[in-house]
Ligand binder design. Structure first.
Ligand code: TRP
Length: 331
C-alpha cells in the first residue's frame, strides 16, 4: 500500500508559476510513489468569498485545468471537490467540540489572515473555523503527509491535536499522526519583485500564458536601477530577472557565468531578459498546450471531477462511520 498524501487549493483563481515551483511540480513527482488526493477546497474558499460564489464556482474548473496542464494524471491522483463531500462538514462539526476558541485564536496562520483581511471587528465564525475544517479534510483520508507552504504548518499541528484528542476522548485509534512536508524552495517573488506572486496583484506568470504575455511580463521586470548603460557593472542581488533565473534556469554553470558577466559590465538587460523569456516559454509551452487541449473538452474535466469526488466520498464516508461508532452515534 502506498502512503497517502493530500494537498489542496482554494479555487479563487487560476494557478501560476509560483504555485508550480512551490507545489504543483512536487505533486507531479509524488503521483507515482503516493496515493495522492488533490482537494479543490471550494467550501474553504467560501469562508472568505461567500459573497462571490461565481468566483469560486468558475475557478474549480480553472484549478482542475491547471492540474491537468502540469501533467497531474487523474488515473494516478484523485481530483475532488470539497463541497460535494458532506461528510467533511459532518466531521468538522464533531471536531469543533475538541477545540477551544482560545486555541484557534492562537493559530498563527489564522491570526495573520485575520489581521491581513482586517477582520478583527467582524470575524465570521465560518472563517474562524476553517482550520477545523482543514483538519477534517486531512483526517478523512488518513493522510500520512501533507505538503504545505510554511504558513500552513500550524494547520497540521492543529490537525494532529484534534486527531489525538479524538482518539483519547473516545478511546479509539481512529486517526494517526500526519506529517507536513514544508517545501524547500522559498516563495517565488512576483514579476514586480514584490514578496508574493498573485494574479490579483497583476505580477504573476500564469500556467496558461501565451508567449506574448510571458514576453511582456519579463520585459517589464525591474533589473538594477543603476545599470544604465550596457558597459556599466550591474547588480545581481535584488534583480528580479536573476531571481527568476535562479529558480528556472536549468544551466546553473551558465547562469553563474552570466552573473559574473553582468557584475563586470558589458551585459545588457535585454540579453538576460531574452534568456529568461526563452526559459519561461520552454517551461510554460507544454502546460499551455495541455491546458488549451483540455479547455475545449470541459466534459472530460467534469467527468474527472465527478469520478474523483465519488471515490473520495466513499473514503470519507467510511471514516465518518468509524467516528460515529466511536461517538456512539449509531442507532
Ligand atoms: N488552506 C489551503 C490553501 O489555502 C487549502 C486547503 C484546504 C488544504 N484544505 C486543505 C491544504 C488540506 C492542505 C490540506 O491553499
Amino acid at each position: 500500500m502506498k502512503p497517502i498524501i493530500l494537498t489542496g487549493d482554494r479555487p479563487t483563481g487560476p494557478l501560476h508559476i509560483g504555485h508550480y515551483v512551490g507545489s504543483l511540480k512536487n505533486r507531479f513527482d509524488f503521483q507515482d510513489t503516493y496515493k495522492q488526493y488533490l482537494l479543490i477546497a471550494d467550501s474553504q474558499a467560501m469562508t472568505d468569498n461567500f459573497e462571490r460564489p461565481e468566483l469560486v464556482h468558475e475557478n474549480v474548473t480553472q484549478v482542475a485545468l491547471d492540474y491537468l496542464a502540469v501533467g497531474l494524471d487523474p488515473k494516478k491522483s484523485t481530483f475532488f471537490i470539497q463541497s460535494q463531500i458532506p461528510e467533511l462538514c459532518e466531521m468538522m462539526f464533531y471536531f469543533m467540540n475538541l477545540v477551544t476558541v482560545a486555541r484557534v485564536q492562537r493559530n498563527p496562520t489564522i491570526k495573520e489572515e485575520i489581521k491581513q483581511k482586517s477582520l478583527e471587528e467582524s470575524l465570521p465564525v465560518g472563517f474562524f473555523c476553517y482550520p477545523i475544517s482543514q483538519a477534517a479534510d486531512i483526517l478523512a483520508f488518513d493522510a500520512d503527509v501533507v505538503p504545505v507552504g510554511e504558513d500552513q504548518n500550524p494547520m497540521i499541528e492543529q490537525t494532529n491535536e484534534i486527531a489525538r484528542k479524538f482518539n483519547l476522548v473516545y478511546k479509539v485509534k481512529c486517526f494517526k499522526d500526519v506529517k507536513s512536508i514544508v517545501g524547500k524552495i522559498g516563495r517565488l517573488p512576483g514579476t514586480d519583485g514584490k514578496a508574493k506572486m498573485s494574479k490579483s496583484l497583476g505580477n504573476a506568470i500564469m500556467l496558461g500564458d501565451t508567449a506574448d504575455q510571458i514576453k511582456k511580463k519579463v520585459n517589464a521586470m525591474f533589473t538594477d536601477p543603476n545599470h544604465l548603460r550596457i558597459e556599466d557593472p550591474g547588480s545581481v542581488e535584488g534583480n528580479v530577472v536573476f531571481m527568476f533565473l535562479d529558480y528556472f534556469d536549468p544551466d546553473k554553470a551558465g547562469l553563474e557565468e552570466l552573473k559574473a558577466h553582468y557584475r563586470r559590465g558589458g551585459l545588457g538587460d535585454g540579453q538576460i531578459k531574452k534568456r529568461l523569456i526563452e526559459i519561461m516559454d520552454a517551461l510554460i509551452a507544454p502546460m499551455r498546450e495541455r491546458r488549451l487541449q483540455y479547455a475545449v473538452d470541459l466534459g472530460y474535466v467534469k467527468q474527472v471531477l465527478t469520478d474523483g469526488t465519488q471515490e473520495a466520498r466513499q473514503v470519507a464516508a467510511k471514516k465518518m462511520d468509524q467516528m460515529k461508532h466511536a461517538m456512539k452515534l449509531i442507532y
